[in-house]
Design a binder for this molecule. Structure first.
Ligand code: GCW
Length: 702
């Protein structure tokens, strides 16, 4: 509850709206002095809209950080200062750059140099300039020295995209931060200032694309009046180097075009898409393209007409190709009629189609084979489709990871997949996303943004938006470095604070896995909204929607046998990986029950029985949340009161819910193991019937 007199909108309100772009005065006096002596003017050469944005941001940042309202930008050009330019536009500046560095720069890349009296920010193009400016501001925000600056940066992947699962009625599928930030009703005439702040925030972390609409698509967004609204956003985002993409509903030719069919091989359907795409490009010449969810969870698709995914993707690709647009065709497919292990279905459908997609088609694959679980092994499709560029889809919104109220820093989970070795020969998932420098490369993250004051519903969820952008730019960055940057910019440069809270963040993913789905358990969340535990659910119409399908608990043990004695999903991995996952002995414990059905009394590496190990993991997870909160409470003096208290209240929810998860799952699995929860552990507060009776009809995001 809001204390009397406090305000969420007042100038001093710490409501999180400013994200990591706070630009408050540098606290460290010595550092501030050094910055002030090195920066007494700045100049941004050239005047494209993107350079204009870079100039504005630099002014905003420097005025705030150096607390120099009078900073004489562009007037005084003597003494020490920042010079910002595009490579090749000013021979004098170019001469100050080493040829080998200049040659390394690619589109969107930049250099940061300290030469004599100047701090140079040199972009390969104006986009690179914008990213370079944000990098420089980040260095100042995080209180880094600028003296020996020598940075050469290029993005690893070409397209770094947010996927909004936002509906036209402003609800957000799996959104826990209020309603959609897109106000379709007032667009295109009313441009909420928030749209600009959204663009700034994304540009600051290198995101260069946004899919505005849900993959469970509504054809209406392709109607001319809606396209005008989309255009208004595209125009606003363009200077920030953000391309707009849309989701295409496969049946749009029927719904909008009034055609009798959406068959991809029907010439009238092909014509309809071509004309629609031409219309889009008349409005937005740099439109990015389409994301499509087809023949998945009830969405229409080419299979409705006996065609395959390539036929469907190519239909749209042909319409987009003349304009340079791309199709991102999702591989998230599984069928209720197909008894095959869901783990195997995407691979089975897509890998045989390798080579039949047009050049401007990418196949968009979730990080794991099931569905954004707290932990999944890497999807077996990565690195396998040699003729088709795959793009990674991560979920930033925490559908299965505590939704809007749990502090779970996702970078370690994403890194686990990006760094995963596909073949035992050093090819990682991350490197497989760039099969060849000239082929398309991309990564997508399902956004966690809504219209809440703080954008993401929880201050710490902002870290996941931030981390996604940073990893999309450079997957080699460590989770730790990203957490540290974010904490310094978002909260404080105080060393003790950074060190303490960074540890909370870095441990939080493992903690969540422990109290929700330890040892490779997965998909045991409650039905539909996925809020809370529901391992007992086994009566849903589609077998693979039931938690019991995934954990397969019985009197003997628990876990899904995906080895050769079971569904043999392991065969989809390369021999090196297959061997490890198949082996009961060598399979990493974190994936154990994903690939093996293990007896309750079988001993794990620790010497403990599976049952005891499971109990102890669940308890460890819950205990670690208590620790997180206790640690946070020692930070009260380091953080403004508003955010301190808001985080503390959230941690209290997480404490309660971690125990709920622990006790609900253990009392349920105990009905099979028939073994006791070790006496030294806190016993469940309620019986299984109680946990089963809990009901949350209005859980958000559903
Ligand atoms: O994770 C599941 C979600 C659905 C989502 C689907 C998908 C957009 O529960 O809400 O639909 O995945 O990724 O298509």
């Amino acid at each position: 509850m809001l204390a009397v007199g406090s305000s969420y909108t007042g100038a001093s309100a710490e409501n999180g709206y400013r994200l990591w772009l706070r630009y408050d005065k540098v606290k460290d006096e010595a550092r501030l002095k050094s910055y002030r002596s090195q920066i007494n003017y700045f100049i941004v050469e050239g005047n494209t809209p993107t350079l204009e944005v870079a100039r504005k941001e630099l002014a905003l940042g420097l005025v705030g950080l150096l607390d120099e309202p009078q900073l004489p930008w562009q007037k005084l050009q003597s003494g020490q200062g920042i010079v910002v330019a595009v490579l090749g536009q000013n021979a004098g500046i170019d001469r100050e750059i080493k040829t080998e560095d200049a040659q390394k720069l690619r589109t969107e890349g930049y250099l940061l140099y300290k030469t004599g009296q100047k701090l140079l920010v040199i972009g390969k193009d104006d986009k690179g300039v914008l990213y370079g400016v944000f990098h420089l501001l980040r260095l100042i925000q995080t209180s880094q020295p600028l003296d020996n600056l020598h940075v050469v940066e290029n993005p690893k992947l070409q397209r770094r995209i947010l996927n909004h699962w936002d509906n036209l009625d402003r609800t957000v599928e799996r959104g826990y931060a209020g309603f959609s930030i897109w106000n379709w009703h007032t667009l295109p005439d009313y441009l909420d200032p928030r749209y600009t702040d959204y663009a700034r925030a994304n540009a600051s972390i290198g995101i260069n694309g946004t899919v505005l609409t849900n993959v469970n698509a509504n054809a209406l967004v392709l109607r001319s009046d809606y396209l005008e609204k989309v255009k208004a956003l595209a125009d606003l985002f363009r200077p920030y180097n953000i391309k707009v993409y849309l989701t295409a509903r496969f049946s749009a030719p029927i719904e909008l075009g009034k055609l009798p069919t959406a068959d991809p091989l029907d010439p009238a359907v092909q014509r309809w898409w071509k004309e629609k795409v031409d219309e889009i490009y008349r409005l937005m010449p740099d439109f990015g393209g389409f994301v499509v969810k087809a023949n998945s969870e009830g969405q229409p698709g080419p299979q409705n007409y006996g065609r395959n995914h390539a036929d469907g993707a190519n239909l749209l690709a042909d319409a987009l190709a003349p304009h340079g647009g791309i199709v991102m065709w999702r591989a998230f497919v599984y069928s209720a009629e197909d008894a095959t292990d869901r783990h195997k279905q995407a691979y089975n459908e897509f890998v045989p189609l390798d080579g039949s997609f047009r050049e401007n088609v990418m196949v968009q694959v979730k990080n794991g084979p099931i569905d954004f679980q707290p932990r999944e092994p890497a999807h077996p499709m990565f690195g396998v489709m040699r003729k088709t560029p795959l793009l990674m889809e991560f979920q930033i919104t925490q559908e299965y990871l505590g939704q809007g109220t749990h502090l779970v820093y996702l970078a370690p989970m994403w890194k686990e997949v990006l760094d995963f070795e596909i073949d035992g020969k050093g090819t990682t998932v991350a490197s497989s996303l760039i099969p060849h420098p000239s082929s398309l490369s991309a990564i997508a993250g399902v956004a966690n943004i809504g219209n809440d004051f703080n954008w993401t519903g929880y201050h710490f969820a902002q870290a996941n938006w931030y981390a996604f952008g940073r990893l999309a730019w450079d997957s080699d960055l460590s989770s730790e470095k990203i957490a540290e940057e974010w904490l310094r910019m978002t909260f404080s440069n105080d060393e003790k604070f950074v060190k303490t809270v960074k540890t909370i963040m870095l441990n939080s993913h493992e903690t969540c896995v422990n109290y929700m789905t330890p040892l490779g358990l997965h998909h045991i969340m409650a039905t539909g909204h996925h809020y809370g535990p529901g391992p007992w659910v086994g009566d849903l119409s589609r077998p693979e929607w039931n938690p019991t399908y995934y954990h397969r608990a019985d009197e003997k043990g628990v876990g899904f046998d995906r080895t050769a004695t079971g569904t043999n999903a392991v065969e989809q991995y390369t021999p090196a990986v297959r061997e490890v996952f198949s082996s009961r002995k060598h399979c990493p414990e974190k994936y154990l029950l994903w690939f093996h059905h293990v007896g309750w009394t079988e001993k794990l590496a620790s010497g403990k029985t599976l049952w005891e190990a499971l109990c102890r993991r669940y308890h460890q997870g819950a205990a670690d949340v208590d620790n997180m909160r206790r640690t946070w409470q020692t930070m009260e003096k380091e953080v403004d009161g508003q955010r301190f208290h808001e985080v503390d209240m959230m941690l209290q929810i997480q404490e309660k819910e971690a125990k709920w998860w622990r006790d609900a799952c253990l009392t349920y699995f105990q009905t099979f193991s028939k073994m006791e929860i070790p006496k030294d552990l806190e016993q469940p507060a309620h019986d299984l019937e109680y946990y089963k009776s809990l009901d949350y009809p209005y859980s958000p995001g559903h």
